[in-house]
Each structure stands twice: as structure tokens, then as C-alpha cells.
Design a protein around this ligand. Sequence first.
Ligand code: ATP
Ligand code: MG
Length: 464
Amino acid sequence: MLPDNPVLKLISRTALENNTELYVIGGYVRDMILGRPTSDMDIVVIGSGIEFAEKLAGTIGGNTTVSIFRNFGTAMLRYDDYEIEFVGARKESYRRDSRKPIVEEGTLQDDQKRRDFTINALAVGLGTKNFGILLDPFNGMEDLENKLIRTPLDPYITFSDDPLRIMRAIRFATQLNFRIEQSTLKAITESRERIKIISQERITEELNKMLLSDKPSIGFDLLEKTKLLEIILPEVHAMKGVDVVEGRMHKDNFHHTLKVLDNLCKKSDNLWLRWAALLHDVGKPGTKRYTEESGWTFHGHDHLGAKMIPRIFRRLKLPLNEKMKYVQKIVQLHLRPISLSGEEITDSAIRRLLFDAGDQTDDLMMLCEADITSKNRETVRRHLNNFRLVREKLREIEEKDAIRNFQPPVRGDEIMETLGLPPGREVGILKKAIKDAILDGVIRNNREEARRFMMEKAREMGII
Ligand code: ATP
Ligand code: MG
């Protein structure tokens, strides 16, 4: 089977010199067979992983350092862009209330049995006698060919022992575009409540990996199908479904969202823009109304959605810093470019969008283009054409007026000094009037025109 990899060959030579039996196992083997790039390697040593890692570091020499985790019986070594983990073969047994197993020394077979999926239990020998030989007790190779996620043992036991595997199953299905085998999927659905013993950080890490894959809809569809979504992301789950009144219905906002997300992922690999796409319509369930005149409306869903973001981020243990503000801003503004492209686009509306979106203008435009999910090709063409015009206008106005990172051309202290004003309401009014005059195109964005305007306005207000 393999391994033309010089790092594996070096490990193998060192094993020979030390008469050690060892195997490369798990993700590295899976990804090598699939032709996916990987930078982490897991090596199972029959005996002590720590001792072997230290010997290998001695062979490599130089300034190679081994990080040792005695509690876990593992050692990690960085070499040639690889992060290599060494662990003694182990046998694990679980208690009901924890995902921390009782660990004992074991054989390679024991070690393969504790793996989460058949495709993650493949091992390749690195000893002299078995170099390059694939050890595949659970037909992982066949599942790789058939693109199937399946647990090696009873799925109910596998998921109950460590419910993080529920998230990993769905994440691998998303990243690899695999299906989850039927009885495995059934066990996931029925074991879903066990996810509550997993820390939010681990769950969110898996969500991030789903979002960063080529087609995240695979994962979110599976989360919905297995009823996990209502546990971990109830706000997104709430977007599912359609209402019908007097024969009139609205679209299913969950499915619409997933289309937008997949569309966006073809254009951008920015994790936070992908979160914004997932959450852009999250205010819709809370603003849904039906009236006879207008049918279904979701007025203010942009505003409500933006308001919901901090609570969602806090619960998911996502960062509450500028990343969150970024997502909030995109959700808040996601309708603005659409409302612009209707009739004639005025310069002042463009300036206001640049002022509000600032550096996020391009990302916002990307989301808005991804938000066009109509099946009618003429409608899509019309919308895209409108957005092209908006983009052109944005470029043109930004070049002329530099609004994106707006700094007031006359600052508050200058206003006070020139007009002999104390700090207070009047200074605020003047500052806002100058800003509005620039955004509305009454004056240009420079100091001279701003000062002249300030004097006129002060006269009008009876200040001078
Ligand atoms: P990736 O690195 O893309 O996340 P991976 O399969 O390499 O995928 P790791 O978390 O690096 O995943 O784990 C390495 C291997 O350890 C897996 O292939 C699997 O065999 C095993 N493993 C990891 N987590 C679990 C788990 N929760 N339960 C059982 N086995 C696991
Ligand atoms: Mg890995």
C-alpha cells in the first residue's frame, strides 16, 4: 500500500533499529487513500509511545523536541511540517456519565476497536515484517470506496461512550461528501440527547469545521434530520417550515439559508462571513406576519437578527470580540444593497452604505449576491446585473469621496475652538450636520468645504 513518505520511512528505520512494532493509523491513512493533504500523523506503538518518540528525536538530532503528555501516555513531535503523535496501543472502557474512558494497554486490534468510524480505523504496518501492509478489520476500505460513515462496533455503544462522535460523523460526512450508513444514522438520531455531556467548545469546533468545508449544507441538513439542530442551534432550526394562509405561503427559510451558505462558500473561505450567511435570516421567525394586503412579511428581521447574534455567540462560546461585531454588522446590513438596486441608485444612498458598511462593504456585497437563490434565470440575471451596477457605483463614489473609513474633516475640538463653544449639544448637532452634508453630497469630503459649511450652519443656528 504505501508509504513513499520519507518521514514514515525514517520512523520505520528507527523501529527496526529498536525492534519496535508500530503502525500509522486513523486520519492519515484515510486521507492518504483519498488523496487529501494532511499534516498530522498518528502512530500506534506496541509498547511505549513516549519511549519510541524520544528515540526517534535522538535519531533526528538537531533541535527536535518531543512534547510529552504522561497523563495520556502520548508524545508529540514536530518534524518536516508534520505533527506526529505517538501512543501505546490501548484498550478503552467507558462509564455512563463521562466521555473519559478507563485506559489499559492493549493490542493493535483493541486500539482499532476504540476508533470512531471504520474509515478511521485503518492501520498500515511500519515494521520490517509488515511494512506497507494494510490492517483493516472492519472493512474501512470498502466504506471509503462506497463513501460511507459507519461505526466499527454497535453504533449505540459507540455514540453513548463518546457523544462527540455524533458531531464527528456529521462533520466527516460534510468534509468528505460521504453518506452516513443507515443504522449509524438511526443511532445518532436516537442518541442525540447525549450530546449534552459534551463541552460547547468541542461542539462548536465541529460546527466550524462543517462551515469551512466546500458544501456545509450537507452537515446542517444532517443536523436537522437527526434532530440535533434543535438542541445546538434552535434559532436556525426555527427557520424551517412554511406557513400557508389563504393559499399563500412563504419560502422555507432554512433551506433558503443553506443555499445561500453553499453559494457563498464558492466565493469566500472567510469563516465569519460563512457564519453571517448561516445566521443572516435568523430574525425571520420572530418577525413573520401575514396580512391580506401584503401577504407574508418579515419586516425588521435584519435588525432583530443582528440583535440575536451576541446571545447565540455567547452560548456557542464563539469569540465576543470584533469577529462577533463583524457578523452582527453583516446581518444588520444584508438588505441594504438589495433595497438600493431597485430603481435609480442615488449617490447619497451609496455614500450612506459605504459609511455604514465601511471595510465590510465587499463582504456584504458577496453575501447579497449569494442571497439570490431564485430558480428563475431571468430574475437571477436581473438581480446580478443590478448588483454589478451597485458595485460600480460603490467604486466610483469611494474613489471620489473616500467614505469607507470616514473621519470627520472637522473635529469636535476644532468646532469648539473656532466658534468659542463649550462642549455640549450644539457641537453634536454641528458634527452631525457636517457628516450628513457630506453623505448627501451637499459638500465634498474635505476640510475647506466642511469649515465653510460649519460657519454657515453656525450662523443659521444663531451661534455667531
Ligand atoms: P481531522 O484531523 O481532519 O480532524 P482525524 O480523523 O485525523 O481528522 P483526529 O481528531 O486528528 O481526526 O483523530 C485522529 C484519529 O483518532 C481518528 O482518525 C480516529 O481514529 C481517532 N479518534 C479521534 N477522535 C476520536 C473519538 N472521539 N473517538 C474515537 N476515535 C477517535
Ligand atoms: Mg487528524
